[in-house]
Design a protein around this ligand. Structure first.
Ligand code: T1G
Ligand code: NAD
Length: 706
């Protein structure tokens, strides 16, 4: 059994080192080891102070998330929490100064252990946070009580409800950290601890009341947070639970607040919301592991890049590279298009600066990394090219033929195509092993998802390099197979099919969008299409008709193409499924859509009737899961978790619901299959159950159990 916590003495200071790779999680044995170390130091007459520090790349990154799945019931959770709270009090009650030395991250239980220490020092690059809400829980080891006492209620509420990690500089300014150590952390922490010992200073955070004393200020911060969460939580409960625990401590004091925290934590950790979010946490890490692509596969260094096409996507993709500090050539077909593309990039950065997210110097630095081009000059030097020209097969094939000619032999050739066959480009380039899809989502500089589309001959090196690069670009990379629309857009076609058909049957555009936002989607299907552009989908349907194909099996509603012919592309033309006042993004329902739906219904011989909200949600979600089952069966997606990660990051699918596949599992696949069969009988054969769904339902299995 490796020693998870080590005890050494240096310069009369006890060093308690946590060594539980990879992230020093508070796995069983770690809290106990820390407890024993501090107790030993307290009893050791030769020791004047204690330093708590992490071995490896980080301090404690929190409780061991894997353990949560083993909590059988509420009583066990409450009992475990009481034991952790008592343990942290023992650390806090140590008569000698206990200093926590932070590098890497101190997250969740890691920050809570740090706050039970009397002082916290950190290196400049350290990060701290209470990200528990991202797992559907709240801080469960006194964080909702000690944090407000260090940084005040407003900041504590912000950190506990948003779950973001903050840097050492801000943590110092907020009073969470007491000192920044430039140079060697351990030496700095020992010096700090000895100074406190010499001064006889021991400070218990639980006794610090100054920052929560003004009840009026605290209550106002709590109410303001509750009000803003009502707009942003999209149905998640944990953020509200975190506020309740903080409020209980502000109103009733540390002990009452701690008791409330323990109760609330128990409710959260056993909730479906937490199960979904924890499953998604591990699914995201699992997505980085691709069967057949060994972990040790050699990757190429990406130091320079190029993007072909500076339109909606090309510009955003170039920004991703510049944001990552990678110089990028941005090539267009003509000066006017190039100027337009650069102007959009500049506007995006100026908007970020206006919101205080970047300084003007930072804007100039990233802009200086984007090099406009009208020729392929310099392409022989770059490590990767991303193609983002019009979604036209022949055009892309000719661009890949050029790229095969002008780039160096090991340059990666990626395409941002939404739907087209990667293997055709690979062939044109003459270097299929280096060709791969890097499918970003609009807006490309914002959305975190990157579908990595492996072609028939994409090499393991190209795939592994793409996965590593996705992290460098601050994206979540998921490897998918090559088929029309890959995973995200292929399933989306069935999501949209049902939305269009429900409209023809009698539902309204605002009703359908309201049902989906009520479920937790950031925007409904029609609002989303108005953002992405009705023209993008229309051009894809036009291309498919030339090859006798459709996006989704079943009746194809003519309404979106009628809007396209009317030049109603959505927000970019001031009208689409909704109307928009000039300069506004607020959707205004348009009676014209009802007229078009009536006309389409008449053409299909449908008598439009009111449609219940339940029917809308069920049809759309069951269609998504059924096609997801086909995508899994065909190995276009490797795991159900990959699909859920794709939908969480690509379309903002509500994370607390786990994703389309986890949601189907929560309904029970027997139920889902019954719904598919019911719709098939009522609506037509296009509702054919996916063979995998059939089999899993028959086995009483689930997508995640598969
Ligand atoms: N528990 C168990 N495993 C963990 C873990 C954790 N807390 N954090 C990471 N791992 C695993 C992860 O699955 C992966 O495994 C490997 O470590 C590397 O992670 C009481 C209740 C720290 C910023 O939410 O945010 O404390 O795939 O790939 O990109 O109030 O991991 O290699 O097998 O993500 O460098 C709160 C979660 C817990 C932090 C590092 N803490 N972790 O990112 O590496 S709840 C968190 C992270 C809590 C208390 C409550 C990140 C990271 P594998 P990685 P990374
Ligand atoms: P767009 O029309 O906004 O931009 C395409 C750009 O390519 C234009 O500026 C055009 O001038 C330029 N171009 C055309 N031929 C060129 C050439 N030979 N050399 C250099 N530049 C050339 O289109 P977009 O929305 O940015 O889409 C680009 C690609 O990204 C398409 O394959 C599309 O399917 C895909 N995509 C789009 C979205 C989206 O939401 N818009 C999302 C994901 C992927």
């Amino acid at each position: 059994m490796p020693e998870l916590v080590r005890y050494t003495v240096q310069d009369d200071v006890a060093i308690v080192t946590i060594d539980n790779p990879p992230v020093n999680a508070l796995s069983p044995g770690v809290p106990e080891g820390i407890d024993a170390g501090v107790a030993r130091a307290a009893a050791d007459r030769a020791v004047k102070a204690v330093v708590l520090i992490g071995a490896g790349s980080t301090f404690i990154a929190g409780a061991d998330i894997k353990v949560f799945g083993t909590i059988p019931n509420r009583d066990v959770s409450v009992d475990r929490s009481h034991r952790v709270h008592a343990l942290l009090r023992r650390i806090e009650d140590c008569p000698k100064p206990v200093v926590c030395a932070i590098h890497g991250t101190a997250l969740g239980g890691g920050l809570e252990f740090a706050m039970a220490c009397h002082y916290r020092v950190a290196v400049p690059g350290a990060k701290v946070g209470q990200p528990e809400v991202l797992l559907g829980i709240i801080p469960g080891a006194g964080g909702t009580q000690r944090l407000p006492r260090l940084c005040g209620v407003a900041t504590a509420v912000e950190l506990c409800t948003l779950g973001q990690h903050i840097g050492a500089k801000r943590a110092l300014a907020e009073g969470i950290v007491d000192h920044i150590v430039e140079g060697d952390l351990l030496a700095g922490a020992i010096a700090f601890a000895l100074a406190k010992a010499a001064a006889g200073e021991v400070r218990k955070v639980r006794e610090q009341e100054a920052k929560i004393a003004d009840y009026g200020v605290a209550a106002a911060a709590i109410e303001a947070a509750r009000a803003s969460l009502k707009k942003t939580a999209r149905g998640a409960h944990a953020p509200f639970a975190a506020i309740d625990a903080i409020a209980a401590g502000v109103q009733g004091g540390f002990d009452a607040g701690s008791a409330r925290e323990i109760e609330i934590f128990a409710d959260c950790v056993l909730s479906a919301e937490s199960r979904n979010l924890i499953r998604l946490f591990f699914a995201e890490r699992e997505a980085a592991k691709v069967p057949g692509v060994p972990k040790e596969t050699a990757t190429l260094e990406i130091r320079t890049a190029a993007v072909v096409g500076a339109g909606t996507m090309g510009g955003g993709i170039a920004m991703n590279y510049a944001n990552a500090g990678i110089p990028v050539l941005l090539k267009e077909s003509d000066q006017a298009a190039l100027d337009r593309g650069l102007a959009t990039i500049r506007k995006n950065y100026d908007n970020s600066a206006a919101k205080g997210k970047m300084t003007p110097e930072q804007v100039e630095r990233v802009m200086s990394l984007i090099h406009p081009a009208l020729t392929y000059e310099g392409f022989d030097q770059v490590d990767i090219v991303v193609e983002a020209v019009f979604e036209n097969l022949d055009l892309k094939k000719s661009v890949f033929a050029d790229l095969g000619r002008v780039t160096k032999p090991d340059c990666i050739l990626a395409s941002n195509t939404s739907t087209l066959d990667i293997d055709q480009f690979a062939h044109s380039s003459g270097r299929p092993a280096s060709v791969i899809g890097h499918h970003f989502f609009s807006p490309a500089n914002v959305m975190k998802l990157m579908e990595i589309v492996r072609g028939r001959e994409s090499s393991n090196q190209t795939i592994a390099t793409s996965l590593k690069l996705s992290k460098k670009l601050n994206k979540v990379g998921v490897v998918v197979g090559n088929c029309f629309g890959f995973v995200a857009n292929r399933m989306l076609a069935y999501y949209m099919r049902e939305a269009y058909l429900l409209l023809e049957e009698g539902a309204s555009v605002p009703q359908i969008d309201k049902v989906m936002t009520g479920f937790g989607m950031p925007v409904g299907p029609f609002g989303m299409q108005d953002i992405a552009g009705i023209d993008v989908g229309a051009r894809i349907r036009q291309y498919l008709r030339t090859i006798g194909a459709t996006r989704a099996e079943g009746p194809e509603s003519p309404v979106p193409d009628w809007l396209y012919e009317m030049g109603r592309y959505g927000q970019k033309t001031g009208a689409g499924w909704y109307r928009y006042e000039a300069g506004s993004r607020t959707p205004i329902p348009d009676p014209l859509i009802e007229e078009l739906a009536l006309k389409a219904a008449a053409e299909r011989g449908i008598d439009r009737q009111p449609v219940a909200d339940d029917e809308i949600l069920s049809r759309i979600m069951v269609a998504l899961a059924n096609e997801g089952a086909n995508v899994l069966e065909e190995h276009i997606a490797i795991r159900a978790g990959d699909i859920d990660v794709i939908y969480a990051y690509g379309f903002g699918y509500p994370r607390h619901r786990g994703g389309p596949m986890a949601y189907a599992d929560s309904l029970g696949l027997t139920q889902v299959l019954a719904k598919v069969s019911e719709y098939r009988a009522r609506l037509g054969d296009h509702w054919r159950p996916a063979p995998l769904l059939d089999r899993l339902a028959a086995e009483g299995n689930s997508f995640y159990g598969e």
